[in-house]
Write a protein that binds this ligand. Structure first.
Ligand SMILES: Nc1nc2c(c(=O)[nH]1)N[C@H]1C(S)=C(S)[C@@H](COP(=O)(O)O)O[C@H]1N2
Ligand SMILES: [Mo]
Length: 201
C-alpha cells in the first residue's frame, strides 16, 4: 500500500501494466542533443540532490491529486548531461518503449518539473510510475510519463502516445470541474493552468 493507493488515485497504463519492476537495477538513459549522454543507475539518481515539489498531477480525465513529489529536477539532469542550445524538447519514454511524450524545454526547466521517485516521502510503486517517472504539474497528466527508461533531447517536437490519439500537443490545463482525489473524489472547480488551489474553496 501507499499513500497514492490509499487515496484511490486512478492507475493509468494505456500500454498495459508493466508488472513488477526492479528499483535497484533500474537505469535511465539520457541521450540526444547533449554533450555527455549518460545512463543513470538507481544509486546515481539517489546521489543527485533531491528536490521536493508540492504540486498536483491533474489529468485531462478530470482528476487531480496533490502531495509532495520528490525527485530530481529535470533542469539538474540537463546540467549534468550538458544540454545543447538547440535542444528544444524533452521526450520521455516509458518502460516497454510504447508510451512516450514530449514537452518544450522551457517547461522541462521549470522548478517543479521532476524525474520523480517519491510521493509524500514514499518511493513510487509500479502502479504510479515507479521506480522513476516524469512529473510535470504545469500540463495535463499525460505529459508525466511513468516508469521512465529513456529521456531524449530533441530539436523537433514529436507527438507522443496520447497526442497522436487526439489529446493536444500543448496539454494546457483548462478550467472546469475536476475530482479532488485528496478529498475522496469531491468535485471541485479549477481555473486554467497549473492547479495550485481550487477556485471554489
Ligand atoms: N507509461 C505511461 N505513462 C502514463 C500514462 C500511461 O498510460 N502510460 N498515463 C498518463 C496519464 S493520462 C496520466 S493522467 C498520468 C496518471 O498517473 P497515475 O496512473 O500515476 O495516476 O500518467 C500519465 N503517464
Ligand atoms: Mo490523464
Amino acid at each position: 500500500m501507499s499513500r497514492l493507493k490509499d487515496l484511490n488515485t486512478p492507475v493509468f497504463w494505456a500500454e498495459g501494466h508493466p508488472g513488477e519492476l526492479n528499483r535497484e537495477n533500474w537505469r535511465v538513459e539520457v541521450t540526444g542533443l547533449c554533450k555527455k549522454p549518460m545512463v543513470f543507475t538507481w544509486n546515481d539518481l539517489l546521489n543527485i540532490p533531491k528536490t521536493i515539489a508540492e504540486a498536483r498531477l491533474t489529468s485531462v480525465t478530470r482528476f487531480s491529486v496533490g502531495g509532495k513529489w520528490g525527485g530530481i529536477k529535470i533542469a539538474d539532469i540537463m546540467d549534468i548531461v550538458g544540454r545543447e542550445q538547440k535542444a528544444g524538447y524533452v521526450r520521455f519514454w516509458s518502460v516497454k518503449m510504447i508510451y512516450d511524450t514530449s514537452i518544450p524545454i522551457e517547461v522541462a526547466l521549470r522548478e517543479k518539473t521532476l524525474l520523480a521517485y517519491e510521493f509524500d516521502g514514499e518511493y513510487l510503486e509500479e502502479d504510479y510510475g515507479g521506480p522513476v517517472r516524469a512529473f510535470c504539474p504545469y500540463l495535463w497528466g499525460y505529459k508525466s510519463a511513468k516508469s521512465v527508461l529513456k529521456i531524449e533531447l530533441m530539436d523537433q517536437y514529436v507527438s507522443g502516445y496520447w497526442e497522436s490519439r487526439g489529446y493536444t500537443d500543448e496539454a494546457q490545463i483548462t478550467a472546469g470541474k475536476v475530482r479532488d482525489i485528496n478529498d475522496g473524489g469531491r468535485i471541485r472547480m479549477i481555473a486554467d493552468g497549473e492547479v495550485i488551489r481550487f477556485i471554489d474553496e
